[in-house]
Design a protein around this ligand. Sequence first.
Ligand SMILES: Cc1ncc(COP(=O)(O)O)c(C=O)c1O
Length: 377
Amino acid sequence: MTARRIYLDYNASTPIDPAVAAAMRPFLDGRYGNPSSGHWASIEAKAALEKARGQVAASLQCADDEIVFTSGGSEANNLALKGVFFALRDKGDHIITTAIEHPAIIEPCRFVERLGAQVTYLPVDDTGRVDPTDLRRAITPRTILVTIMHANNEVGTIEPIAECARIARERGVLFHTDAAQSVGKISTDVTELGVDLLSIAGHKVYAPKGVGALFVRRGVRLEPLIHGAGHEAGRRAGTESALLAVALGTACERARDLAPMDRVRTLRDHFWQELQKSFGNRIALNGHPTHRLPNTLNISFIGRIGAEILARLDGVAASTGSACHAGRIELSPVLQAMGVTPEIGMGAIRFSLGRATTREEIDEAVERLTEIFAKAE
Ligand SMILES: Cc1ncc(COP(=O)(O)O)c(C=O)c1O
C-alpha cells in the first residue's frame, strides 16, 4: 500500500494558491495584449501589470516604480549583484557576502570574481548568524555592495539585516538582501530593513515558478542583464507577462497577512517536541533556536545519513540540504560554514511547513520516522 503523501518541503516550492490561479485565469483565456502596445488590447494588460506592481510594492512597503519583475529569485539576485558590479566597477571592485548564501548569490559572486572582483565571504556562527562586527571590519573604500540573505533556506536562520544594512549605509555602500525565503513568513518592509535592493521569488510564496521581483531603491544605478526595448524602466528588457505579474501581485497581497504563520509556528514547534520525545538526544536542531523562520525545522539524526532516512520515509516530501542541489551525499556548505560536524550534519533533514500543513500530517510524519528507526534497531 502506498503511504499518504505529506508535503513538508515548502522552502523548496509552494503550491499555487487558488486565489492566485483565479487571478491568472483571464490571462490564459484571453487578455493577450502586449502591455507596451498603444491600443485597446494592451490597456487591460498594462493595467493588470501595474496593479500587480503595486501589490508587490505594498508587500515590501516601497514605491511601485521601485519594483522590477524578473523570472524568479535567481534572476533578481543576478540582477542585483551583477547589475551593481557593472554599474559601479569604476568606483570599486569589492563585494561582501556570506558563506551561507544560496547558489543564486554564490555563483554570481564566483562569476564576478572571474572578471576581477574581490569577494569576501563572511563566516557565520554555529546557529548560522553573521556577526555585524565582522561586516564592519570587512568594508573597505573599494566596497560597492554587501549582500546578505534575509533568512537561510536550509536552516531558516534569520540574519540581522537591519543592523548590517545600517553599517553599510554609514559607509556609503549599497546593501542587497535575498528575501526569497522570508516573504510571507516574516516582515519584509524595506524601510525597516534599510536595504537598497531585495529579491523575491514567486514560487516560495504560493505563486508559480518563473516569476520574481527585485526591489531597487530609487536612485540606485543598475546595469541591466538583458538589454532590449527598455521594459521595466530600462532595467530588464523583454515583454512583461501580465499573467505572471498578476500571479505574483496576488500572492504578495496575501503574503502581507502574517497571521497564518502563528499556526505554522505552533505546528513546527509541536513537530520538534514530538521528535524530541521519540528520539531524545539522538537528534539535534540545526539553525538558530529563536531567530528562525516560523516554518522551518532542520534536524540531524546523529550518526545517520539524511538522504537514506528520506528514501525510507515513504510519501513524505522533505529535503536534505538545499532542494536546488539535492541528491548529492555530502555535507551541505551551509552546515559546513556553521561548523556542524559530519557526524551530525550528514544526518540533516529539512522539514518546511506551509499554510496547508495539518497537525495530522505532522503526527503521521513523526510516526513514520519513529517506525523507520524501530525497524532499523
Ligand atoms: C534563498 C533563495 N534564494 C534564491 C532562490 C532562487 O529562486 P528561484 O528558484 O525563483 O530562482 C531560492 C530557491 O531555492 C532560495 O531559497
